[in-house]
Design a protein. Sequence first.
Lengths: 536, 338, 341
Amino acid sequence: MGLTARRLDGFAVGTVLCALLVAGPLIGLPLSFIVAPGGLSRFSGFVPEAVEATAALLVGVGAGTFLLGTALAALVSFFEFPGRRWIEWALVLPLAMPGYVFTLFALGLDLPGIRSTLGAVCVFTLVLYPYVYLLARAAFLSQSRTLLEAARGLGLSRARAILRVGLPLARPAILGGVALALMEALADFGTVNLLGVRTFTDAIYRVWFIAFDREAAMQFAMLLVSVTLTLLVLERLVRGRARHAQLATRGDLVPPLRLRGVAALAAAILPLALVGLVVIAPLAQLGVWSLQSIHEGLLAPEFATAARNSVLLAGMSAILVPVVALLLAYGVRASRSRGAAVASRTATIGYGLPGSVVAVAVIVPLGWLERRIDGVAGTGLLLTGTVIGLFYAYVVRFLALAWGAIEASLIRIPRQLDDAARGLGCDRLDVLARVHVPLLRTGLVTAALLVFVEVMKELPATLLLRPLGGDTLAIAVWQATTESLFKTAALPALLIVLVGLLPVALMIRLSGRGGVDVEATPAVGAWVDEPEAVPA
Amino acid sequence: MSRRRLLALLIAGATLVMLAFVGVILATSGSSSDELVIYSARSHYGEEEPFERFAKEMDENLRIRGGSASELYERLRSEGKDTPADLLITVDAANLWRAKQAGLLEPVDIGDKAPSVSDPENSWFGLTLRARTIMRSTERVRPGEITTYAGLGDPRWKGRLCLRSGTSEYNVSFVADRLAKFGRPATERMLRRWMANDPNILGSDTDVLEAIADGDCDVGLTNSYYLGRELEENPDFPVTLEWADQQVRGTHVNLSGVGVVRGTDQPDTARKLIEFLLEPRQQEVFAQNNHEFPVVKGARPSAEIARFGNFKRDPIDVDGAGAHLTEALNLMDEVGWD
Amino acid sequence: MSHVRVRGLSKSFGAIDAVRELNLEIERGELMAVLGPSGCGKTTLLRVIAGFEQPDAGCVVVSDEVVAGPGRIVPPERRRVGMVFQDYALFPHLSVEGNVAFGLSKRSREERDALSRRTLELVGLQHKARRGVHELSGGERQRVALARALAPEPELVLLDEPFSNLDATLRAGLRREVELILRDAEATALLVTHDQEEALSLADRLAVMRDGEIVQVGPPVEVYGEPATRWAAQFVGEVNVLSGVARGTGVETELGVFDLRVPATGSVQLAVRPEQLELSAREGGNAEVVAREFRGHDVLYRLRHEGGKVLLVQLPSLRLHEVGDSVFVRPAPSAVPALVD
């Protein structure tokens, strides 16, 4: 609800343009079919394998993260046991662990059969379940207890009530988390490469890095995009027309059931063991190696510069990407145009693509543009030779994350608040300043934190687009591991994880329990929700 | 938050971000034109002495951008004539071939300093050579038990063969080279027999060597310099090499090479660096430090490698291998070499 | 001149005509109610007046200023029209005080403090000024919403079904309170609702709306007592529609003779309210009690007349008839039903 205008709304046009700017480079992907057709047939043998491996990954990781994430979320939301408050927090930590670092650690343990699709599924499940966990937990915590009590009144035990009422109500959030986890798995390269699983991303790497066939690589990337889109459509269908669950007012949350005896012990120990395996053990190993590397003087050259660059890039992206997402989300909301909404969703698709594909898609138009500008103004490599190109790639790649967090907050601001404010004399800017910004704060901060962590970990796009002297910690890790210099890789890898832990911890603090906070919890990845009219 | 406060915050924030942005750009971008910029796929090996020496002795500023070959290649393609790069160094012949095909290199005349392993049109020059050959356990495999590449497909090695991943550019170049020289049917036959031995596929050459040392397998295929590194660290390392195919064409030898990037603003310094790196004493540093083979006479390989003696070399057919890369990838995928 | 004038207002959404050439006038200080069933367009009317929708045709004039009309649209923030939303739309990040003072940002500090304090006292929530809105009960929230709308002293206050979210038991009392608050503030108010009891009891004047058009406007007594159309008669209150033959000031029906307010002749249709009939227990009466709804202060009987018709009769609850009783139904003394078409 706002002023409905017949003419094409300025907001709508602006939003669509902005979205096109972000999604635009990805046009290069389908274009490659026209520019250099036949790429897929040159490597036709890769396709069936890639389909099979990708399907196995999707099913396995989907099921794995769903079960693990939901079970853990239900455990900490509905039950009380010793150490729950710490465990609740600790279970999010794997978010800071990049898949490729954990895989290195797992390979070092030399577990039999890890170099297989099953191994990859296990690694992904362990590292990606926090997405489902976070969302499911937020959903569970905001459910009104009257719903569960109604179920109990109809004869269901507590466990069954959770299963048949709590779970389905949380379904949209859970599915959103699973979708995010699957997109991460699809886009990942390091893990599947180390474990020898032939996904599309791996095919893209081989075709491009080894055979230098960039056009064929882009065509494979198009296939990957179709898989991602199918995934999103399926997710929407399965989720159905979700109505927002009855949000609880303060004091109305489900009171947790206190566990005793063996159950309490198991509830405390198993999650801790999980976190120990996924976070503590690798950290310890990295720590040992780091100390050794310092002792033996095997530090990567220019380590300090790399560290500085990582923090700088991550910090600035943490500002830039959420701002872009905010502009888009706000534009969609203000214009109420379906075209703008669709365009904005399209702009987030970069998240499902491997960083290398995004980088290549970005470098081509940027290179063209900077040559034009150079021709006129003599500025040289203004875009690809500086961090501008890199930031652009980060926006394309990570917009989905910021969008999800911000949209989830924005959606909880019913348009009626806008109307109420306008009826009280606020113009659009006032509404933004006095109503939206205060209510969006949590969403914005979460978006910034998520982007920070991701940029710290990012490798393939940074590899291609970084300017001279712009090496990061992730690149230092990669350069060392390609020559099996694990000790050299250890310290930068350790730093990446440690620095990533801080925002993760902050994020958990923000989505804490209790009253107002719960209602304002931004659901990570609620971007898969379509902005629906909030029921009056 | 009042409207005024918000506006003030936005403007202040935007200004700060702009400043930081500009600062970051300045800090991390570009090179001054008096630097010699090298795009090098060799940078994983740490600060290499020959480059440092050049910088010191010639009083030049060097800036090395590391990365994978394809990443560097993409950058060069994208940067075009504005590229800050002056030199391109690769660790595989196919990369050089590719760069030349794409018109990224320009010829440079270094006269008789050019090693035999060079582009006939002087677009690139070999810097070092590395052999990809058979590695075997000293404890469980007798000398002479395996002497040919094809021999790795002998059924006696079933379950005892270790290979590096099929995505390794070294393996792909190896297969591409064989395709160019022996043709498809023969190469396919050999690979299928290799795969029939149910090989252990590992992530790196070092992993292969360690697997052999640990007893997880008995034979494998790696680059020679990795063995050199292991032996340098542990003289008792229980793995040794066999120069493969000595009765046939010889052992597959690939190269790490250098070319001058088209559009360089420092052609003279670039040429000087190439000539410098090809001097016997620098060549010897490469050989000693990284256990590779020099390309010029007068430089001795490292002790660890020298002990294996001379061997018949079958240098990679750069043009041929380059042209067969796609086919090699497809073939490896077909036979199931992960 | 009326304080608020709506002329020829039309608004469509796609194929649906929500409001059709609607005319309405509200006097200064008046509490006008628009009563209509769901979907009749009353909320749209409200939103057009507030400025959240733009009319396709017609104009809206508030205090002699055209706020919506051909070629001129004043945005909502400049209309000086306050609105109380159905679910209150209170700002969750502000306290009660913060909410009430929200629309006063352009005034001086003293004025703002004075106004918000006064308005809070008006609604009786000055002791909760610092609380967060989530700490309040439903009725308190409604009062905050009202205070917030009233604080900037608007020309017109719009209320969108303000009582629909409240407990039925509280409603009557809250209605009284809201009415008092509005009168104390000397506000001009337009309230839309589908609840006739609400409209009848609160409004100075009542407009009945159907399918985008106003069917009848007038004081509640008039609208109830003299419905303009058969539909209006049926919508506002319960009614029995009887056929009769009018002869001058009386009309004969199968139940008996009724007086007419305006003389008429010929066949007519009468809107007879349930309280305009009376019963007596009688064996062999002309109707049977089919259902009985005890409402505390009165009783509504549903009868089946021997002629087949179902009749509604409302009586004080002093004496109760049982279901199945045979009764005699006839016009109540001095009942004056209205003529409808």
